[in-house]
Design a protein around this ligand. Structure first.
Ligand code: LMR
Length: 400
């Protein structure tokens, strides 16, 4: 049946890792996929995670199915982290959470749910956005639209145009927002800009769908949830897809969550009943391990503090890499002002490198960067930073 079917193109992010693994150049550098690496180029298992896994091993008595929506203790722990313990949405049970396989799984479950009740809606994504947003919402059957976000000239936020575009999105449409550490640009809204966006959402009546995959990589777990808190305080319907891939390093455990925040408890119960039917027909119920580990950490004050410290180390290392990269590029004579890299937040920098330069770096130097010029800063180490900076200097001369 495949005889006359053209192969699909490789994934623009995960496909790059496949190519990287095949590359035999010992000096190769992967600045592609958003996976944290330490200064030795390793993606460590966090100490808090290892300890929680030991506890789990000792106390686990069954591998029987989880409920469709996951362990209720996981749902509560996620809500406390994502909404904040003092959140009225948490306290009043007007939010419901399901354990989904990773942030991607949470987005897809949310997309399938919304398609059932808003079949005519358009989904608005930022320009640019994480490539997989297009795939997830497109495959769920939605038409996509784009709102202005990144300004390549200022290397910052195009806030006026963003507000204009969001002010045109009609009631019932869905707007995907990056709650913090925008992927791919690293450019975030400040608090008063979030207040404005919440006001426009309320006035227009569109449905916010917040992608919250990098909580803790901006300024801290509390600071990074400002947007979620503001939307929750407004009382409007919205959704949050969150993930423990990055902040707990639980990448391959596929540990994410979809939280649906409603105006009241009755609506929340209805939402839960429907999201369970979406899950049942997709993957029946979630994988247990990562969620059980995350719950142990989030419920144990000692492990929680240990995790916060490990997360702060990851965040600070990336901020440090930003400073070193800006200096390294200047030292190598790369023309231009790269100080914007220090203003960006999270794991990524939209480096401003053209697609031609990106291709050259891969072909000539085995340096892997996502198309559009997104760099994963955690891929830079003291061992490879000079190589990367001098290669960029060479690339910019070589490529017209
Ligand atoms: C990324 O943007 O690199 C990560 O979110 C990993 C992924 O699934 O694309």
């Amino acid at each position: 049946m495949w005889e006359n079917i053209q192969p699909a193109p490789p994934d623009s992010i995960l496909g790059l890792t496949e190519e990287f693994k095949k590359d035999r150049n010992p000096g190769k550098v992967n600045l592609g996929v958003g996976v944290y690496k330490d200064n030795n180029g390793r993606t460590p298992i966090l100490g808090a995670v290892k300890k929680a896994e030991q506890q789990l091993l000792a106390r686990e008595t069954t591998k029987s199915y989880l409920p469709i929506s996951g362990d209720p203790a996981y749902g509560r722990a996620v809500q406390k982290l994502v909404l904040g313990e003092d959140s009225d949405a948490f306290a009043s049970s007007r939010a419901v959470t399901v354990h989904a396989p990773g942030g991607t799984g949470a987005l897809k479950v949310g997309a399938d749910l919304l398609k059932r009740f808003k079949p005519q809606a358009r989904v608005w994504v930022s320009s640019p956005t994480w490539a997989n947003h297009n795939g997830i919402f497109g495959d769920a059957g939605f038409e996509l639209d784009r709102y202005s976000y990144y300004n390549p000239e200022s290397k910052g936020l195009d806030f006026d145009r963003m507000l204009d575009d969001l002010g045109r999105a009609p009631a019932g449409d869905i707007v995907v927002l990056h709650a913090c550490c925008h992927n791919p640009s690293g450019v975030d809204l400040n608090q008063s800009q979030w207040d404005e966006v919440v006001r426009v959402a309320d006035k227009q009546g569109w449905i916010p769908f917040l992608d919250f995959a990098y909580q803790g990589f901006g300024d801290g777990v509390g600071e990074d949830r400002y947007a979620v808190e503001r939307f929750a305080a407004s009382g409007m319907d919205f959704l949050v897809a969150s993930s423990f891939s990055k902040n707990f390093g639980l990448y391959n455990e596929r540990t994410g969550a979809l939280t649906i925040i409603c105006p009241g408890v009755v609506e929340a119960k209805v939402a839960m009943s429907h999201v369970k039917t979406v899950i049942r027909t997709n993957y029946s119920n979630p994988p247990a391990h990562g969620g059980l580990v995350a719950t142990i950490i989030l419920e144990d004050s000692g492990l929680y503090q240990e995790w916060l410290a490990e997360l702060a180390d990851m965040r600070e290392r990336i901020k440090n890499v930003r400073r070193t990269l800006v200096k390294g590029l200047a030292d190598c004579g790369v023309p231009g002002d790269f100080s914007f890299i220090e203003r960006q937040r999270g794991m990524f920098s939209f480096s401003g490198l053209s697609d031609e330069v990106v291709k050259w770096l891969r072909a000539e130097k085995s340096i892997y960067v996502v198309g559009g010029g997104r760099i994963n800063l955690a891929g830079l180490t003291t061992d490879n930073l000079d190589y990367v900076c001098s290669s960029i200097a060479e690339a910019i001369k070589a490529v017209p």
